[in-house]
Design a binder for this molecule. Structure first.
Ligand SMILES: NC(=O)c1ccc[n+]([C@@H]2O[C@H](COP(=O)([O-])OP(=O)(O)OC[C@H]3O[C@@H](n4cnc5c(N)ncnc54)[C@H](O)[C@@H]3O)[C@@H](O)[C@H]2O)c1
Length: 322
């Protein structure tokens, strides 16, 4: 068991949505120092405001493809949490950059981890590797039906980390996150941006619009639960393994919309239906989390109602600030 108390940590993409929660929870677990590298294509310094106030966080603007920078930052680190990545739509728009960041950048990070004898690398994969599901719930043995460059890069990452375990004995765990949501979330994401869109309409007193029949589903997992899965993976002795991080609950768009109407006091507004637009590459998601429960002791703790309430409050506070 690796003790995070007193540990020196590097988080790539640590100013982003999930990375910033990992920073927060690593500090809570007693990390002595957390270095964050982020090029701010999407991350925001505000996400680390609380963490930086502890005086134990160093935030550097830089690219994971910069080998000299990553080498220097990795020296003396016990654990690396690798979160930096481009979003799925940017990968499709800029395929060369996608491969550079997601594949070469990842290799740069793990090369440095091996060179500096980091004890564990915990890295982000994605449920995107599964593509259109062949069966439910989706367990880790489900085939890679992915057809996106983003998902291809995540498959490659999993295989590259495995090969580094084989070649150098590098200890790692990769986590396949399902549909992450929570405060600091990406309001332009392919899946969960619908929450922001609906809340904008509700602010104006307009009914939310559902494209299609509303039966499309997501496995929504609260960002704090994802960060905790990362911490559990860092603390465990499990290595050379890949786990789903989901809620093991399927939520349809219709259910999500009704919950938001209820939480915002707009239960009187009926959602409008418009013809489906082909934005979501996948129609249904439902994870099996049996393996991560058994091997890492992970349990999703935040209910969808609690998590959405936190999003509503965060959004209200950010709208007041900006
Ligand atoms: N949000 C989700 O639903 C979800 C689902 C599955 C997997 N993931 C994965 O989780 C990880 C974190 O995602 P997130 O949702 O927090 O997204 P995010 O965009 O908020 O975080 C990624 C961070 O990486 C940074 N970054 C991008 N390219 C970089 C580069 N070249 N060098 C340094 N930093 C760079 C961005 O600025 C951003 O802060 C990613 O690996 C992502 O692929 C996310």
């Amino acid at each position: 068991m690796t003790d995070l108390n007193g540990a020196r940590i590097l988080v790539t993409g640590g100013a982003g949505f999930i990375g910033s929660y990992i920073v927060d929870q690593a500090l809570e677990a007693g990390a002595a120092h957390v270095a964050v590298v982020d090029d701010f294509v999407r991350g925001r310094p505000e996400n680390l405001a609380g963490a930086r106030a502890t005086g134990r966080v160093e935030m550097l603007e830089g690219d994971i493809c910069d080998a000299a920078l990553i080498d220097g930052l990795t020296e003396g680190r016990d654990i690396v949490f690798h979160q930096a990545a481009l979003r799925i739509t940017q990968c499709a728009e800029q395929p060369l950059r996608a491969v550079q960041v997601m594949i070469n950048g990842t290799q740069t990070v793990i090369e440095a981890a091996v060179r500096h004898k980091v004890s564990r690398v915990i890295a982000a994969s994605s449920a995107s590797v599964y593509g259109e599901p062949s069966y439910f719930p989706i367990d880790e043995a489900h085939p890679f039906n992915n057809r996106t460059l983003y998902g291809a890069a995540k498959v490659a990452n999993e295989q590259i980390l495995r090969s580094y375990n084989e070649m150098y004995g590098m200890d790692y765990v990769m986590l396949r996150y399902f549909n992450a949501y929570g405060p600091r979330m990406d309001i332009y994401g392919v899946y969960t941006e619908v929450i922001a869109r609906w809340l904008d309409r509700l602010d104006r007193g307009e009914a939310p619009v559902i494209f299609g029949d509303g039966q499309q589903s997501m496995d929504m997992v609260y960002v704090g639960d994802i960060a905790r899965a990362n911490i559990l993976a860092a603390q465990s002795d499990v290595t050379d393994d890949v786990f789903n991080v989901g809620s093991a609950t399927e939520t349809t768009l219709r259910q999500l919309c009704e919950l938001l109407l209820d939480l915002t006091g707009h239960a009187d507004l009926a959602p409008l239906h418009e013809p489906e637009r082909k934005v979501n590459p996948v129609r249904r998601r439902l994870s099996s989390i049996d393996r991560i429960r058994a091997k890492l002791g992970y349990e999703p703790k935040t209910t969808l109602r609690e998590g959405l309430q936190a999003v509503i409050e965060w959004r209200k506070a950010s709208l007041c600030v900006s």
